[in-house]
Design a protein around this ligand. Structure first.
Ligand SMILES: [Zn+2]
Length: 96
């Protein structure tokens, strides 16, 4: 019996516990902010107990519509950008 870990080819998925979002056309993944203080706030808001690395992502379901710079309904989810300094407020899966 071999211990095979499941690795996903894309390697990109949401780092929030309980969140199983992987990179698809419906999901947008955001890197943690480079600002350490903001990074800490994100980790607290999302209850991530481990160290934040620059390889960790958070998916769009942890943000509310007003966190994005564009709120035009037609804009594809992947084209959305976060406003500066926003903190994710949604720690459960909810469709945007
Ligand atoms: Zn997520």
């Amino acid at each position: 019996m071999s211990l095979t870990l499941k690795y996903f080819k894309s390697g990109r998925c949401c780092s929030v516990p309980q969140c199983k979002s992987k990179y698809t056309s419906q999901i947008s993944l955001f890197l943690f902010p480079s600002d350490k203080r903001l990074q800490k706030k994100w980790a607290q808001a999302l209850r991530i107990g481990k160290k934040i690395t620059k390889y960790m992502y958070v998916c769009n379901s942890h943000f509310v519509k007003s966190d994005f710079t564009l709120s035009i309904p037609d804009i594809p989810v992947q084209r959305r950008r976060l406003k500066k300094g926003v903190i994710p407020s949604q720690n459960q899966l909810s469709p945007i």
